[in-house]
Design a protein around this ligand. Structure first.
Ligand SMILES: NC(=O)C1=CN([C@@H]2O[C@H](COP(=O)(O)OP(=O)(O)OC[C@H]3O[C@@H](n4cnc5c(N)ncnc54)[C@H](OP(=O)(O)O)[C@@H]3O)[C@@H](O)[C@H]2O)[C@@H](O)CC1
Ligand SMILES: Nc1ncnc2c1ncn2[C@@H]1O[C@H](COP(=O)(O)OP(=O)(O)O)[C@@H](O)[C@H]1O
Length: 593
């Protein structure tokens, strides 16, 4: 990545997340130069807290603040932030959840008038009572939880990027008492990630304690935040659900990390990224060179999907759509889309399975669409073993030469075990759980996919080689970077109004169209597949946002500390049906080009 100037660097920071090891490498040269990162981090966290108090019309001198403090540097940030708030007149109490505290931050905190309550009987914190009995420890814990619940703000500094696994011990008990354990974060989908007005407000230091920092999972108890102040660069938990839903409003404190040679762990699409994936019509173009999409979608049982997917494909900057299906769906497609061509012919991409029954469906046996799809998908099967026999090499070459294909809904259970990267599978969480159960031969429940969606999408990519698009409020794409590494690109553009029947059929058609436009480039460079697919999810989300007149979205980029403008009140919008998303496609292109 070549980041030409600071504006480009900031733009990259806003849409990239780096894993904790990378962040530690990035901070090292600054720490070696004596840059006071912890003081800078703490100061930003204190300011964000004061802004939140101000928004709630609470004077800082009247505010009761509870700090939950771990023994590491995350706790150090919290204590310095607490010291600044105490110096401003707030009443700040630190609850120590570990056996020690960051020494200098602790003394700054005490010097500013902060109080400390230790919960671990074996704690060694100068000036704090230790060595109490188990019974007294239980009473202290209960008192600490009640105190925190009764305060105006909780600053969560129990653990940041140094956490390993699920929160255990006192930190785990505090998190399950004040937050959630086993439940996913949920709240009304509002524009601008509005903090709730319920007290206490929760400000997380760097990351909410208990979330999977590097994969956005929720391995155990965690405390959802109204605001998270994160340092240096985002970590994946700031953009990958469900952890991203627990971060609330994000503020990024830019330390000036040199990210030039760093590969992000996850990237989020933005409008500029998407514009690069759209092929503009050329002077010499004809309908065939602009891309022809072939669709085997809809069925006697679910005919509407044929119309939604074909119309969406036709509207997404393509030369032509060819439709294959039973007489009834053909008639329906033609009556909504007279431009469609019925029957076989050359295509630059396929879309299969939307509105087709799955193998478990009683309508599956009699469904001719499944037969057509199964026959087509056989051409994409790769040999399972690397040391293949002679015939397998030819099969391998044929599979690689096939046009890109979007495998949706009822076609997912027909996917061969190993396929090339131009095969794009588009499950929602339930479908992903079923696919993993089939391919991994272990029962994978929907709850597991909900708690660890990125890990599950990665697993499916690893098992099959397919580019995986997992649908949700934040849609995740896991594909290849072309050098045998994986690339994760997310899109959080869609408003929650888009969770409506047929929305996924529209997405499948749009993806097919974008892939058809780029088919020659994709064959040369499979690393483009996840880019084009994530761009498709973004355009789909934007079309839905335009249709629903909503400024709500699955993910909001962070505010850069010190650069933030006051947020305007965004429009929540109104309900839509999937056909409305198709009407939003043209204005979405107008906005992007
Ligand atoms: N990046 C930057 O530029 C800057 C980073 N900075 C800050 O440093 C933070 C990283 O600090 P860090 O390395 O000290 O680790 P940290 O997050 O405090 O966690 C360690 C503590 O957590 C505990 N613990 C661990 N696992 C646990 C579990 N499962 N359940 C329960 N407890 C568990 C562990 O306990 P132990 O295992 O020792 O018993 C220990 O007490 C970073 O997030 C940011 O805030 C800023 O200061 C400035 C610049
Ligand atoms: N809460 C949400 N916020 C934004 N978009 C969502 C949300 N839930 C689902 N979506 C989007 O709606 C679409 C639903 O697709 P799918 O589940 O396949 O529905 P269907 O099968 O009815 O077409 C996906 O593109 C998904 O990303």
């Amino acid at each position: 990545m070549d980041i030409a100037d600071d504006a480009d660097r900031l733009q990259t920071l806003l849409y990239s997340a780096y894993d904790s090891d990378t962040v530690r490498e990035l901070e090292r040269p600054l720490l070696d130069d004596g840059v006071p990162l912890m003081r800078m981090a703490a100061s930003a966290a204190a300011h964000v807290t004061m802004t939140l108090l101000d928004d709630e019309d609470l004077a800082v001198e009247d505010a009761r603040v509870t700090l939950l403090v771990g023994a590491g540097d995350n706790g150090g940030d919290g204590l310095y932030a607490g010291a600044e708030l105490a110096n401003e007149g707030a009443h700040v109490t630190a609850i120590a959840v570990g056996r020690s505290l960051h020494e200098e931050a602790f003394s700054a905190f005490v010097h500013a008038g902060g109080r400390v309550l230790a919960l671990d009987p074996a704690a060694e914190i100068p000036g704090c009572a230790t060595g109490f009995s188990a019974g007294e420890a239980g009473e202290r814990l209960q008192a600490a939880v009640e105190y925190a619940q009764g305060s105006h703000v909780i600053i969560d500094a129990m653990a940041g990027i140094g956490v390993s696994g699920a929160l255990r011990g006192i930190a785990g008990t505090i998190a399950s008492s004040l937050g959630f354990d086993g439940e996913l974060p949920d709240k009304p989908a509002l524009p601008n990630n509005e903090p709730s007005s319920d007290l206490p407000l929760v400000v997380a230091i760097d990351t909410p304690s208990g979330v999977g920092v590097n994969d956005g999972s929720l391995p155990g108890p965690y405390i959802p935040a109204d605001a998270t102040v994160t340092f240096g660069a985002m970590k994946p938990c700031a953009m990958v659900p469900p952890a991203s839903y627990a971060c609330g409003r994000l503020t990024l404190v830019d330390f000036g990390f040199d990210i030039d040679d760093c590969v992000p762990a996850t990237e989020m699409t933005d409008g500029d990224f998407v514009t690069d994936s759209i092929r503009l019509p050329q002077l010499s173009d004809g309908k065939y060179s602009r891309g022809v999409v072939g669709l085997v979608t809809g069925s006697a049982r679910y005919p509407g999907a044929a119309v939604l997917s074909s119309t969406a494909a036709a509207r997404t900057n393509t030369g032509m759509v060819r439709y294959l299906g039973p007489q009834r769906t053909q008639d329906m497609v033609l009556s909504s889309l007279p431009e469609a061509v019925i029957g076989k012919g050359r295509v630059q991409s396929w879309v299969v399975g939307s509105g087709v029954p799955t193998g478990d469906d009683e309508a599956a046996d009699a469904d001719i669409q499944r037969e057509t799809i199964a026959a087509l998908l056989k051409h994409y099967a790769l040999p399972q073993e690397v040391d293949s026999e002679d015939g397998d090499d030819a099969k391998h070459a044929n599979a690689l030469d096939m046009p890109p294909i979007v495998v949706d809904a009822g076609a997912l259970d027909l996917l061969p075990n190993k396929v090339p990267a131009q095969v794009v599978v588009t499950p929602h969480v339930g479908e992903l759980a079923r696919m993993l159960t089939r391919l991994d031969e272990n029962e994978v429940g929907v709850d597991k996919v909900r708690a660890q969606p990125l890990a599950c999408a990665r697993k499916l990519h690893e098992l099959t080689g397919a580019t995986v698009l997992l649908k949700g409020a934040v849609t995740m794409v896991v594909g290849t970077d072309g050098k045998s590494n994986e690339r994760v690109i997310l899109s959080g553009r869609a408003p929650a109004w888009m969770s409506t029947a047929g929305s996924g059929d529209v997405l499948a058609g749009m993806l097919g169209a974008l892939l058809a436009q780029q088919d020659d480039m994709l064959a040369e460079d499979p690393a483009l597949v996840p880019e084009v697919v994530a761009a498709g999810a973004y355009v789909h989300g934007l079309a839905g946002a335009i249709a629903s007149q909503s400024e709500q979205r699955g993910w909001h980029r962070p505010q850069i500390y010190g650069h933030s403008k006051k947020q305007h009140f965004g429009e929540i919008g109104h309900p839509i049906i999937a056909s409305d998303i198709i009407c939003g496609i043209q204005p979405a292109f107008l906005q992007l080009l």
